[in-house]
Design a protein around this ligand. Sequence first.
Ligand code: SF4
Length: 703
Amino acid sequence: VGDRADFDSETTSICPFCGVGCQVSLKVKDGKVKYVEGINGPANEGRLCVKGRFGFDYIHHPHRLTKPLIRREDAPAKGLNVDPGNWQKHFREASWEEALDAAANGLKSLADKNGGRAIAGFGSAKCSNEEAYLFQKFIRQGFGHNNVDHCTRLCHASSVAALLENVGSGAVTATFNEIENADVAIVIGCNPIENHPVAATYFKQFTKRGGKLIVMDPRGVGLRRFATHMLKFRPGADVSMLNAIMHVIVEEELYDRQYIEAYTENWEAEKAHLANFSPEKMEPICGIPADTLRQVAREFAGGKAGMIFWGMGVSQHIHGTDNSRCLISLALMCGHVGRPGAGLHPLRGQNNVQGASDAGLIPMFLPDYQTVTDDSIRGKFTGVWGSGDFSNEKGLTVTEILDAVHHGDIKGMYILGENPAMSDPDLNHAREALGMLEHLVVQDIFLTETANFADVILPAAAFYEKNGTVTNTNRQVQIGRAAVTPPGEAREDWAITTALANRIGLGWTYEHPSEVFAEMKQTMKSLDNITWERLEREGAVTYPSLSPEDPGQPIVFGSGFPRAGGRAKFTPASVISPAELPDTEYPMIMTTGRQLEHWHTGSMTRRSTVLDAVEPEANCSLHPDTLKRLGVAPGERVRLSTRRGSIEIMARADRAIAEDMVFVPFAYVEAAANVLTNPALDPYGKIPEFKFAAVKIEKADQG
Ligand code: SF4
């Protein structure tokens, strides 16, 4: 960094990586971000992790897209075959006018010929709320239906399905900072030290003050060092373990009778269901001793105020919705909702996955989770948009859209800032679908793996190059500000979508994201009392905000729930096995996830100097005894194979991994974990089972 006082300008914004939403100060010198510091945002109080502090320089990487590109007529066949540093064999540079015409005309002519249903869109949880809102409006208003989705489908869709069903709202009931008022907390199916590092600092402080931390995960995640109990349960056995804990709470009458009577429904059915799940019966299924299950039940139910945090380890299963139903029931029966230090908190992954979902970037809901099937709700939106009606049918989800491409039903796509050629399960199937599209428009900051398959590529601004609001895991709406200008001819996403909309005849007139925000407020009650001016002035407001002066409510549902009758619901959950169990051919279990230094598909962090230097090579983790059995030394390569494909990857030794498991991060294109993953879906959230696949592991050729 050199002389820290030597910078030309300073801008405050939001870290673009995870859902914690740390506020940052960007110090700019000679048109480039020189260094980043944490400032006093509501979620971070000056703290940053390694990604926020050192991961910013991807925005100045030479691979940035600086001009629109159009696929050459003499290009080689579509495939994952474009070198981002040497793309000229496949694409030619074009003017914005030509590229926007080509992008819009391609989509429009396919829709004219085949109907609007032949077009689908993936928006992005890395863009602003305004950009997410415009993207869903583009598909709905422009093509008349709801085939629009984004990575929430791969992340917390099952948690949201369970929360909407049982609590009446898909967002957290309390901010993670509320843990400072708790005396007991469960952290299940997540690894916050690596994936939500600043939130993890609050969890560690909680234990220093004497709070009881109960960590549950098939891997011995980093927080185990701070835990009162570490429950390393069998992968996929969450429901049996959680039902056994709740069985004890019922059996020993540890539940909060008054709370259950005042605020819930379906308790008798839940109680009867739990009778079948004694800890002794569940011990062989979940692998946790019955005594431990009893002790954990007593400690969680006996706490004065308890919180439950969860992540993808809960949601990315075919029983992900059932997992979340159990967590909701556990909190409700203990009365651990709606009070200081009590609440349900699915830790959201991407920086704006909460906001993009709130803004309607999902196929079954318009903004604020208003259903597309209700005529009067659609009427409200078309009234504001000044356009005709659109379909009352729920649209297709991320993986369903790619299946529909295979079936010939979807022929054109607009993909903004998502990378399904790396992020979807069973990548060979997903990449084949991208190659089959008759017209693919990709809007991004880099020539991603997905852009390899594009017909038109539109260069976009990175987050530190634009203005817009984002909503973090805590429901805090925060404002991001441009610190530097986009490279070359790259433009802000909202402006590109607006230009495309006008080319398909929608007549949009937005000139600044604040105008989009003002329009969103007309149909989104969650934004009541939150204005662009207020966000510029205050930096962040938590929704719901009860008055123009109210900084927002960190805890909700203290006096009832937004469901018919005002009561939350118990929904009993039964044990469902993973879709694919180990057998003699594929005897081990594979699970996937992120690492501290790399973000999702790696397009940003692998182009960040510091982060890529710390973690430069694709790797997987296995127990040292497993490596010994395979005859593999740490650092050597293994071949991982599932029914869907094979990869070769460097193996590390990690005692925290069970002996029959392998953990594979999904950020590395050269050994893409999702070639192996199982596309089987949770029936409610439609989320794939990324966390469990049967796998064969062999020593690879070390050459
Ligand atoms: Fe960025 Fe998340 Fe790290 Fe905060 S915790 S600095 S938001 S990656």
